[in-house]
Ligand binder design. Structure first.
Ligand SMILES: *Cc1c(COP(=O)(O)O)cnc(C)c1O
Length: 358
């Protein structure tokens, strides 16, 4: 048997996640991974590298719980929110039997993680306004153990209606875990559902330091849930999921000063987003810019403008979204520095439009 044939069937058939880094490119303006454009500065304070780290570093848990307004036993820290997505599948879904459900267009890792474990991926397309299609979800809940809903949604940028989220939680009661992915919640903190944990034993909230905290390279994320769910996830997590330097820097990022800096970044990015949204609307090649509560904008461009390729050739790397259902002609643009936003606009201005007059 060849090495390839030795591998599990679903691994042989797996299409790995097309991360922004894997896609490559020769850019000098990187606006394709929803990262913060400037590196924050940190000094390592920990020195005990001869010792294994704590599985759940106490200071990180304590500070994140205080920041998120939940109890410490409601917090799990992991190698990015992506690991949280995966731990939920490992803890709740029987391969070949159970299913996860999610609502495209949305984040790609729910599908990839389920596929890796041989767990069925059930999709219920979002409605035209990108809100949840609750009747269709209700009709498709058979053998679903886990529902992922992303708010603000990546790549569309919209928040999900809180009344719909409540309805979803009611619908799933006693049947499935509902995981709300709040990777971008710092850009609209009032919309978090973390405060609902005491109402719903099956609610899970996913968080990350990769976006507003400017630490995508750190690989640190959080799962908020009731103690019963956290205990199950702790059964399947690796014994040392976070290295000592990661825990050290995460604790600093969550200090009062770190939180202050994060909020300044959010204000700066939100101002740049408002500026870019306006500027994009004045570009002939842009048909529509969608409102966003996050650090990116989704724009629909004219068929003839070839925006993604044209900007790529100029070293401006965006995320092409045209393959996602309902997103033909769409690119996702991470909000960078004001100068980077300006580069995008300068590159788009000369491109042809077929703008309808409304
Ligand atoms: C970026 C992102 C994540 C992953 O975050 P990491 O902590 O970097 O793994 C999860 N969900 C969504 C919607 C994201 O955009």
């Amino acid at each position: 048997m060849s090495i390839e044939q030795l591998a599990r069937k679903n691994v042989r058939e797996l299409t790995p996640y097309q991360s922004a880094r894997r896609l490559g490119g020769q850019g000098d303006v990187w606006l394709n991974a929803n990262e913060y454009p400037v590196a924050p500065e940190f000094q390592l304070t920990a020195q005990t590298f001869n010792r294994y780290p704590e599985c759940q570093p106490a200071l990180v848990i304590e500070r994140y719980a205080a920041y998120a307004g939940v109890n410490q036993e409601q917090v799990l820290v992991s190698r990015g929110a992506d690991e949280g997505i995966e731990l939920l599948i490992r803890a709740f879904c029987e391969p070949g039997k159970d299913a996860i459900l999610f609502c495209p267009p949305t984040y790609g890792m729910y599908a990839v993680s389920a596929e890796t474990f041989g767990v069925e991926r059930r999709t219920v397309a979002a409605k035209a306004d990108w809100q949840l299609d609750l009747p269709a979800i209700a009709a498709n809940l058979g053998n679903v153990k886990l529902i992922y809903a992303c708010s603000p949604n990546n790549p569309t940028g919209n928040l999900l209606d809180p009344n719909d989220l409540r309805a979803l939680l009611e619908m799933a009661k006693g049947k499935a875990i509902v995981a709300i992915d709040e990777a971008y919640i710092e850009f609209c903190p009032q919309a978090s559902v973390a405060g609902w944990l005491s109402d719903y034993p099956h609610l899970v909230v996913l968080r990350t330091l990769s976006k507003a905290f400017a630490l995508a390279g750190l690989r640190c994320g959080f799962t908020l849930a009731n103690a019963e769910v956290i205990a199950l996830l702790l059964k399947v997590i690796a014994p040392y999921p976070l290295s000592t330097p990661v825990a050290d820097i995460a604790a600093q990022a969550l200090s009062p000063e770190g939180l202050n800096l994060m909020r300044q970044r959010v204000a700066e990015i939100s101002a740049n987003r408002a500026w870019l949204q306006q500027a994009l609307q004045d570009c002939a090649c842009v048909e529509q810019v969608f409102t966003s509560d996050s650090n990116y904008l989704l724009a629909r461009c004219t068929a003839t403008s070839n925006v993604f390729k044209t900007l790529w050739d100029q070293g401006i790397i965006l995320r092409d979204q045209h393959k996602q259902p309902g997103l033909s002609g769409c690119v996702r643009i991470t909000i960078g520095t004001r100068a980077e936003c300006q580069r995008v606009v300068d590159a788009l201005k000369p491109l042809p439009g077929a703008k309808e007059t409304l």
